[in-house]
Write a protein that binds this ligand. Structure first.
Ligand code: IYR
Length: 224
């Protein structure tokens, strides 16, 4: 119901009921697949299939969201000249972050990840996906407010990262701050706020990742 009006529901026709053994098997298999996801910072320049990217964005577009406004926009960047401009702008902001803005406590929290202001992956990786959050919708002259925009776009981005991993691609969730430069470089309107920049590609053959672990179930969940 993109255009308001009255509630005219249709039967739920897409739900698949499974037996418990099958559910448990699928849940574990999916968990194990997700455990193989790692944030990758070293990329191969090898191109990735555009249809894979498109299908993953379509998956992201299924995210639950406020009032079904679907307040997101994804810009797929493959043009080396545009990637170059993004890298320059991101490194400029990051330099300021790492050298001036970041409090010592934050730099300490990042130390084990080996990140710094150099972002070569913004040019090496074949694809960047800039995710924008639509604060409001422009219907002609009219501004239509969107709801739960951050939650909605966060969930969509999570699905996008999951879909890309599931398809066989690596990602890096990059959050240059501030990232207003993305509006300018990618020519996006003022109702869209840059949410984050996803780096997408195949890992370099010699890619290294930080030696991290994930919190076990009993530390991330509880029952009452
Ligand atoms: N945006 C910076 C810093 C950074 C912050 C966090 I929190 C990270 O988990 C990783 C990096 C950068 O991209 O380097």
């Amino acid at each position: 119901m993109m255009d308001g009006g009255s509630y005219r529901p249709v039967p739920l026709s897409t739900f698949t009921r499974r037996d418990e053994v099958e559910m448990a098997r699928r849940a574990r298999a999916f968990r194990d697949e997700m455990r193989r996801r790692r944030t990758v910072r070293d990329y191969s320049p090898e191109p990735v299939p555009g249809e894979v990217i498109d299908a993953c964005i379509e998956a992201a577009g299924t995210a639950p969201n406020g009032a079904n406004r679907q307040p997101w926009h994804f810009v797929v960047v493959g043009d080396p000249a545009v990637k170059h401009r993004i890298r320059e702008a991101a490194e400029h902001e990051e330099m300021d972050f790492y050298e001036h803005r970041a409090p010592p406590e934050w730099l300490e929290a990042l130390a084990h990840l080996g990140t710094d202001e150099h972002k070569p992956f913004l040019e090496t990786a074949p694809v960047l996906i800039a995710v924008f959050a639509e604060k409001y919708e422009l219907r002609g002259e009219e501004k239509l407010k969107n709801y739960y925009v951050t939650e909605s776009v966060g969930i969509a981005t999570g699905i996008l990262i999951t879909a890309l991993h599931h398809a066989g691609l690596a990602t890096l969730t990059h959050t240059p701050s501030p990232m207003g430069f993305l509006n300018e470089i990618l020519d996006r309107p003022p109702n869209e706020r840059p949410f984050l920049l996803l780096v997408v590609g195949y890992p370099a053959a010699d890619a290294l990742v930080p030696d991290i672990t994930r919190k076990p179930l009993d530390r991330i969940a509880s029952r009452r």
